[in-house]
Ligand binder design. Structure first.
Ligand code: HEM
Length: 281
């Protein structure tokens, strides 16, 4: 996708993500927040937080199953919007529901399991949002960062549990979210298993073919070095450039990649590239 296309797409998604908030503001302005405005605002923000979290998690399975990789550039944006809506949801609880009664809120967190679970999910989202910048990827190292960001799945499971716990008997919406999350997790798990198998097969093939011809130590095959799985779901999007290989196929090495994993500058092979993280997500 061209730079212009990316900017346009992101602008559209920014606008779309702000629509629920704008509608809420409009309803507040026109005095149309139902008979129980605090509950209505809390629920609306919580539901949109949940939906955006699931949307951000759906992008990698989309690439794994259908081979459509371009929506991955929206992953960080959607993840951060999920965090934004859940934070507002929490703030309404703190400010409007409890009016900063910290002792009362502490008791609620301890006594009510759905609040305990919701706060735990929020704590994980805070951690993910705080480490979502490109600077944090560099500081932590791509591999550690990717591992850390897998906790987005834990946050989503806790979010769904929170909803299931508080919903009235007979309400199906939380079960719909749970089913969607189960499918997304299933696809990721299948992708991980498949990637592991391909890597193992590649390593074996690399070892037997390369070590049999001479006495040099075997080199790891390109398949073994190439990450197949998509990475975390609040990812800085410049790292998703090479990320559109469908399930089970290794991605091509990044521009400027040289055997052994080191990368050089695309136009000046003598210079190390700054795009250290382009591959491997
Ligand atoms: C990832 C984190 C969270 C998600 C995804 C989430 C999502 C939701 C959803 C979907 C609902 C139900 C909306 C409905 O009934 O239509 C809800 C309700 C609620 N949430 Fe959360 N929530 C999260 C975190 C929190 C936190 C941190 C708190 C407060 C400490 C909280 C407090 C509440 C309360 C009090 C309600 C019930 C409001 C009512 O109907 O009286 N949630 N949340």
């Amino acid at each position: 996708m061209t730079r212009r296309g990316r900017i346009l797409l992101k602008t559209l998604v920014w606008g779309a993500c702000l629509v629920p908030l704008a509608l809420l503001a409009w309803r507040a302005w026109t005095g149309d927040l139902t008979a129980n405005p605090i509950d209505f605002v809390t629920d609306t923000l919580g539901r949109w937080g949940m939906r955006m979290l699931l949307a951000s998690l759906a992008l990698t399975p989309l690439r794994l199953v259908l081979g459509i990789g371009w929506p991955l550039i929206l992953r960080r944006l959607l993840g951060l919007f999920a965090f934004f809506y859940v934070s507002l949801h929490f703030l309404v609880w703190v400010v409007l529901d409890h009016f900063f009664a910290w002792a009362q809120m502490g008791a609620d967190i301890v006594k009510r399991p759905y609040i305990t679970v919701g706060v735990s999910a929020l704590a994980l989202l805070v951690l993910l949002a705080a480490t979502s910048t490109s600077g944090m990827v560099k500081r932590l190292g791509a591999r550690a960062w990717r591992r850390l960001h897998r906790i987005v799945y834990v946050a989503a499971v806790l979010g769904v549990l929170h909803f299931m716990w508080l919903a009235k008997v007979g309400r199906i919406e939380p079960y719909v979210y749970a089913a969607i999350l189960a499918v997304l997790l299933g696809v990721r798990l299948a992708g991980a298993v498949r990637a592991f198998r391909v890597r193992r097969r590649g390593t074996r093939a690399g070892v037997t073919s390369e070590s049999s011809s001479d006495n040099r130590p075997p080199r790891r095959s390109i398949v073994a070095r190439t990450e197949i799985m998509g990475g975390p779901d609040m990812a800085p999007d410049h790292r998703t450039k090479g990320a559109d290989a469908p399930l089970g196929l290794p991605r091509p090495p990044a521009l400027g990649a040289v055997p052994g994993g080191a990368r050089t500058h695309p136009r000046n092979p003598g210079r190390p590239s700054r795009a250290r993280f382009v591959q491997g997500r």
